[in-house]
Design a binder for this molecule. Structure first.
Ligand SMILES: [Ca+2]
Ligand SMILES: [Ca+2]
Length: 592
């Protein structure tokens, strides 16, 4: 991350609309009627956004017969603060016949076609997980698994140098360490622990909470056909690397493994050979690692029979993870507030928590270690925050609250307060959604760097909190409605009229800021990546202008540029794809 700073043969129709790798045009402003480009589930909510018009009604028309199958009244026009647009909503839940349709409103060009069908999300889910495979460091990306995106192995990281900022008695400056595997963090080729923590954690939450959708998925990766679910194989590619980032001498975590500068803007990874360094230990990296490995130890325990045993002490893989978590916690107790500070000769991403009291990281590690061990000592100093926030790499208290509220052994007073705060947080979002012109629980201030992921984290949180505070058999439909509406936003119900995931949808990003996609000479970007999304900072606007990339608007929800110059709106990142995976898995479970 550069942030320094039909009854008409529905299967065929679906196959056409979901086809990965067909050529896509750039977003077309003529598609004024916006909706989820993957279509709608047979029994699901169906909403389209229509620009303000004098017309009162809209029609849903069957594409192949031209027959009007439904007529409805448009909602009253309202302004969406995030885009400045006046829009009306068209609801057509009543249309439940599988098929291909379009929407017609007088005086507005007819909409793109869409399908009504189930099983819309199976292929997108597999693609969103497979994206991690393409970002593997140290792996040959073979043709049989990657087709045209095959490439040689790169960044083996078997020779990595201890940077001055990370030097210790046992590992002085220049000590050579082997730190292989892991995923490239984003559009760049570096690897960062803080961002790996929330990414792995979120993917593991999907494995445990949406298991039916992901456990049997064949991702067509080298480990397909072994004894482990492919999603576990993929996540372990990064966990194995993360374990090498822990100093065995004291349990602390190095913050990152990077070159000194961002390199190779338009070079394939295997052309890069600049030296790489382990840089500075930090408390945020160590506590987040403790939380993530404690979670991983619980979820991977059921697979221990297929995983390696430590020959020195006989510990199973999951026991090794828990030990690593405890050692990171112990290091943090001795080093409670070491914020990452960028050394003067290092210029890669910071993931710095300066100005952050790390209370949320402490809470997260405590909650997960308690859940993994049952040892209430971890909760002795726990304070439940009054204003929990939407999860992000540097805001993790809500993840802790969900664990504390759902664990059966959590002391009553803590569980009760956690539930109370989670309820207050999510009810505020639902209120926004109920009053929104777009029908979305999205506020203008959600348009931060990586806004698409920010919104998907809201959706994930809505579903997870719904499971906790509402009866599992009778979930609160507003929680589900607004979680799903956010997925609609991602796939096209947005002012850009774009499906923000590469290769998935009818109008998709073609020029993501992702080095391999930029350098491989292939027109279509590597599929399954979520673009960062609109955000009004437009930090790259000057540089992009020189390259012919002009933002269409200063409005928050339109501050998106499908140009590879746009690291501020069109980069990809491992933590951004993770809540996408979670939501797609949840929807696969719902529709299949
Ligand atoms: Ca497998
Ligand atoms: Ca924090």
């Amino acid at each position: 991350m550069i942030k320094l700073v039909a009854q008409i043969c529905p299967l065929i129709v679906t196959a056409i609309l979901l086809n990965i790798g067909i050529s896509h045009a750039a977003p077309n402003k003529n598609y004024a009627i916006q909706f989820n480009q993957l279509g709608f589930g047979v029994n699901g909510t169906k909403t389209a956004v229509v620009p303000e018009t004098d017309a009162d009604n809209f029609s849903v028309i069957e594409r192949h017969t031209g027959k009007t199958v439904f007529q409805g009244k448009l909602s009253e026009a309202k302004t969406w603060e995030a885009s400045g647009d006046n829009v009306m909503l068209a609801h057509f839940d009543e249309v439940t016949q599988q098929g291909e349709y379009f929407i017609k409103v007088d005086s507005i060009p007819q909409s793109l076609p869409f399908t009504i069908s189930d099983e819309r999300y199976n292929k997108p889910l597999a693609a969103a997980i497979k994206a991690y495979f393409y970002n593997r460091s140290g792996a040959v990306i073979q043709k049989e698994f990657a087709g045209q995106y095959a490439r040689p192995a790169a960044h083996p990281d078997t020779i990595v140098y201890v940077h001055e900022s990370a030097a210790s008695k046992a590992r002085p400056v220049g000590t050579v360490i082997s730190s292989p595997k892991g995923w490239y963090d984003a559009g760049d080729y570096n690897k960062y622990i803080v961002n790996s923590n929330i990414t792995v954690y979120t993917l593991l939450a999907a494995v445990s909470e949406q298991s039916n959708a992901v456990i049997n998925l064949n991702l067509n990766i080298p480990e397909s056909g072994n004894a482990l679910p492919d999603i576990i194989d993929e996540v372990m590619w990064n966990i194995d690397w993360m374990l090498t980032m822990q100093d065995p001498n004291d349990g602390g975590l190095y913050h990152k493994l990077t070159t000194k500068r961002f390199t190779g803007d338009t070079e394939m990874p295997h052309k890069m050979d600049q030296p790489r360094y382990l840089v500075a230990k930090s408390t945020a990296a160590s506590l987040g690692f403790a939380a993530t490995m404690a979670k991983a130890s619980q979820i991977l325990a059921q697979y221990d029979q297929h995983l390696s045993i430590n020959s020195a002490n006989g510990h199973s893989y999951s026991q090794q993870l828990l030990m690593a978590a405890k050692q990171a916690w112990q290091w943090s107790l001795k080093n409670p507030a070491i914020h990452y500070q960028q050394p003067s000769d290092i210029h890669t991403g910071t993931y710095a928590t300066a100005g952050d009291d790390l209370k949320d990281e402490w809470l997260w590690a405590a909650a997960e270690l308690f859940a993994a061990t049952g040892d209430s000592e971890y909760l002795s100093k726990v304070e439940i925050p009054k204003k929990p926030r939407n999860p992000e790499w540097d805001k993790v208290e809500t993840l802790a609250l969900i664990t504390l509220a759902s664990h059966s052994d959590t002391p009553n007073t803590i569980a009760k307060e956690a539930k109370k705060q989670l309820t207050a947080l999510t009810e505020r979002w639902i209120e926004v959604g109920q009053n929104s012109a777009y029908g979305l629980a999205i506020s203008p201030n959600d348009f931060v760097w990586g806004s698409n992921s920010n919104m998907l984290n809201k959706a994930v949180t809505l579903l997870r909190v719904n499971q906790i505070i509402n009866n599992k058999d009778k979930p609160n439909s507003l929680y589900e409605k607004h979680a799903i509406a956010i997925v609609d936003y991602i796939f096209g119900r947005n002012p850009m009229g774009i499906s923000y995931v590469t290769g998935i949808g009818q109008q998709t990003p073609m020029h993501i800021h992702h080095r391999a996609s930029m350098a491989d000479g292939i027109k279509a970007p590597i599929p399954g990546f979520l673009a960062g999304g609109a955000q009004p900072g437009q930090q790259d606007a000057k540089d992009c202008k020189k390259q012919g990339g002009i933002y269409p608007s200063k409005q928050a929800a339109k501050s998106y540029l499908d140009h590879d110059c746009s690291y501020a709106s069109n980069e990809i990142a491992i933590n951004w794809n993770a809540p996408l995976v979670y939501m797609l898995a949840a929807l696969v479970n719902q529709e299949n």
